[in-house]
Design a protein around this ligand. Structure first.
Ligand SMILES: Nc1nc2c(c(=O)[nH]1)N[C@H]1C(S)=C(S)[C@@H](COP(=O)(O)O)O[C@H]1N2
Ligand SMILES: [Mo]
Length: 248
C-alpha cells in the first residue's frame, strides 16, 4: 500500500510560519501592515492580521440571522452630532440634520479614476443588500439587527479604484476616522447602510449613512459618514486606543 505522506505538526507549523513570513513581505508595499503605535501588545493585532490574511480565504461570510432573531440595539459612542451638548457635536452635521439630510453628500476620493459625491438618493438607486447580523461591541454586548445599504464594493467599482490602492479611509462628522483594507472593503457584507430594521437609519445609529463591516468588531462600523478616501498606503489617522485590526 502506498505510504500516505501526512504533514507532521512541526512541518505544518513551519509551513504556516513561512506563509506568514511571505505575507509580511508583500511586494511593492511601503507600509504593508497595520500600526502598533510602538505598543508591544499591539504586536498581537499584527500577528492576528497577518495570520487571518494568510490562512483564511478572506471572503467567508459572517453568519446571517432571521427576523425572529432581531434584538434591541443600544446606541453607543456618539448618538447625535447635531446636539450641541454632545462631545461629537458638529455644526455642519446640525445643518444637514435640519435639512433632513437632503444636502448631505458622501465624498469618495483619493486613488480613484472618478472621484464623486453621493446623496442618500444616489446610494438608494444602486443595488442594495439587506442582512441580519450580530454586532459585537468591544465593551462586551452584542445585538442582532437588520441592515440595508449599498455594498461598498459597488461604490468602489463605480469610482474605479486604481491598481495601487490598498486601504479605504473613512471620516465621520463626530471626528471619528478609521480605515480598512481591501479584503474588508470588497467583502460582500461590507455595506454603506441607510436602513435599519426596515426603516430609515435613525440618528443614534449613524444617520444618514453608516458603515457595516460585519467581519470586524463594532467600532469599525463607523456612524455619521462624511468622506471616504482611497489610499495606496496606510495613513496614520491617530491612535483611537483600539486595535486597528479586529477580525471576527
Ligand atoms: N462615528 C462614530 N461611529 C461609531 C461610534 C462612534 O462613537 N462614532 N461608535 C462605535 C462603536 S464602539 C460601536 S459598538 C458602534 C455602535 O453602534 P450603535 O450606536 O448603532 O449601536 O458604532 C461604532 N461606530
Ligand atoms: Mo463598541
Amino acid at each position: 500500500m502506498k505510504r500516505r505522506n501526512y504533514m507532521s505538526r512541526r512541518q505544518a507549523i513551519a509551513t504556516g510560519l513561512s506563509t506568514l513570513g511571505a505575507a509580511l513581505m508583500l511586494p511593492g508595499c511601503t507600509k504593508p501592515l497595520p500600526p502598533t503605535y510602538g505598543n508591544i501588545l499591539r504586536m498581537g493585532d499584527r500577528l492576528t492580521y497577518v495570520a487571518h490574511r494568510a490562512l483564511l480565504p478572506g471572503q467567508s461570510l459572517a453568519k446571517e440571522y432571521n427576523f425572529s432573531n432581531i434584538s434591541s440595539m443600544p446606541a453607543t459612542g456618539t448618538t447625535n452630532p447635531a446636539d450641541t451638548s454632545q462631545k461629537g457635536y458638529n455644526e455642519e452635521y446640525e445643518k444637514l440634520f435640519k435639512g433632513n439630510f437632503e444636502d448631505w453628500r458622501l465624498a469618495l476620493e483619493g486613488s480613484v479614476t472618478m472621484p464623486g459625491s453621493f446623496s442618500v438618493a444616489d446610494l438608494q438607486k444602486l443595488p442594495s443588500r439587506t442582512q441580519i447580523t450580530r454586532h459585537t461591541c468591544e465593551e462586551g454586548w452584542t445585538a442582532i439587527t437588520e441592515w440595508t445599504g449599498v455594498p461598498l464594493s459597488t461604490l468602489l467599482q463605480t469610482a474605479g479604484i486604481k491598481p495601487s490602492a490598498r486601504f479605504i479611509n473613512f471620516y465621520a462628522f463626530d471626528g471619528f476616522a478609521d480605515s480598512i483594507d481591501l479584503y474588508d472593503a470588497f467583502h460582500p457584507q461590507t455595506i454603506l447602510a441607510y436602513g435599519m430594521n426596515g426603516k430609515t437609519l435613525p440618528i443614534p445609529h449613524g444617520a444618514p449613512v453608516r458603515l457595516r463591516v460585519e467581519k470586524q468588531i463594532g467600532y469599525k462600523s463607523m456612524k455619521y459618514l462624511s468622506r471616504i478616501v482611497v489610499t495606496d498606503d496606510y495613513v496614520d489617522l491617530g491612535d483611537s486606543g483600539w486595535a486597528w485590526y479586529t477580525g471576527i
